[in-house]
Design a binder for this molecule. Structure first.
Ligand code: 3HC
Length: 337
């Protein structure tokens, strides 16, 4: 279902935007543009314009931060999962998100940045991460809804990134998307089970969907007209599908799933448009979105404080790992001498 995002002819996107004027050496720039036009991959050892490198560092590091901050809202529920089975699934899922963060920090490092600097930017509040993780998880149904809708939106956005022009990012996304697909299904299955339960359980699911629906639509980023990075990101084959187009794909895929589940999506304007062959939908509250992105959502301060504490508490593990690596290196050198 989500793999429909692959069905975009490359020409439709890459050739839409002309190469931008650049102060980079024209010969190198021409070779780079030709590779992008041919839908080739750029690898770490290849020459790339500085603006391309910076854009990738920005996007990949924000993505990595989103993965590790994204562990927190669900991590809160590990000790309160309703059964051993749900607890085991949730632990595995939260661990996967940590792993995604690690692949992505590694991909960012191939662009010549230090992981410590990226983490400093997150911990000092300078770096962005996905708006969605600044909302609270109030009941168990929120965990199911995060799997179904948040991971569902994440996959919709990330499948096209498997074909991103930067090789290490594209390759990392293949595994991430496979795991996200499991996350989406386990969330949906948990909700299906709750919807077969009593009225209180059904009400919990509806309440969680009401609180998360609009926030998930905002995850795709601002409307195309207000997205400063989109045109260049698409020209460079980093983004393959625009924010609004991905949002629309997500809505079109999710409405039938909501029907099967038996819940109502909280949008009176949501209806099928025969002429467009898509669902029409209502207005997203972009003021609230920007407020949250800029650090003033309901949980921003709590999320950052938890991250900083976890990082500081883990200092001894990093120190011990470094000491062990140093010892090993010395031993190897002695043996080689
Ligand atoms: N939350 C926070 N900031 C957001 C945002 C969101 N939902 N959507 C957009 N922004 C920010 C952008 O980062 C950009 O900020 P910057 O210029 O200061 O860096 C600004 O808003 C303008 O947005 P643009 O559309 O111009 O920015 P992009 O072209 O980078 O597009 C994006 C935004 C679609 C999020 C793109 O960066 C992207 O596809 N990133 C990779 C995927 C990603 O990071 N996903 C996050 C969720 S991961 C996740 O959910 C984990 C999973 O386990 C559930």
């Amino acid at each position: 279902m989500y793999t429909q995002s692959f069905n975009v002819p490359d020409d439709a996107v890459l050739k839409q935007v002309k190469p931008v004027a650049s102060t980079e050496p024209p010969e190198l720039m021409a070779r780079f543009d030709a590779r992008i036009d041919a839908d080739g991959r750029i690898e770490p050892q290849d020459w790339m314009p500085e603006a391309y490198r910076k854009t990738l560092v920005r996007q990949i590091s924000q993505h990595a931060h989103s993965e590790i901050v994204g562990m927190l809202p669900e991590g809160n529920w590990i000790s309160r999962a309703p059964s051993l089975k749900r607890k085991a699934i949730l632990i595995a899922k939260v661990q996967d998100e940590g792993g995604h963060g690690l692949y992505l920090y590694s991909a960012a490092e191939t662009l010549g940045v230090a992981r410590g600097d990226l983490l400093d930017a997150l911990h000092s509040g300078k770096a962005k991460y996905s708006s969605i993780f600044n909302y609270p998880t109030l009941n168990w149904a929120d965990v199911g809804v995060i799997g179904w809708l948040v991971d569902g939106a994440a996959i919709m956005n990330q499948i096209p990134l498997c074909r991103c022009s930067y090789g290490p990012y594209a390759r990392a996304m293949v595994r991430v998307c496979k795991e996200e697909s499991f996350h989406q299904r386990q969330g949906y299955e948990a909700l299906l089970v709750m919807m077969k339960g009593n009225q209180a359980q059904k009400d919990m699911v509806q309440d969680a969907v009401n609180r998360y629906w609009w926030k998930c639509l905002a995850m795709f980023g601002p409307p195309d007209a207000d997205s400063p990075n989109s045109v260049q990101g698409m020209r460079w084959g980093i983004k393959r599908i625009s924010n609004d187009d991905l949002r629309q794909k997500f809505i079109d895929a999710t409405v039938p799933q909501a029907k099967v589940l038996g819940i109502t999506l909280p949008d009176p304007d949501l209806k099928w448009n025969e002429a467009r062959q898509h669902y029409d939908y209502g207005q997203i509250d972009w003021t609230e979105f920007w407020n949250t992105v800029n650090g003033n959502g309901p949980c921003n301060k709590e999320r950052l404080a938890t991250r900083v504490k976890a990082h500081n508490d883990g200092a001894w593990v990093r120190d011990a790992a470094l000491a062990h690596a140093r010892k090993q290196q010395q031993r190897n050198m002695k043996e080689a001498a």
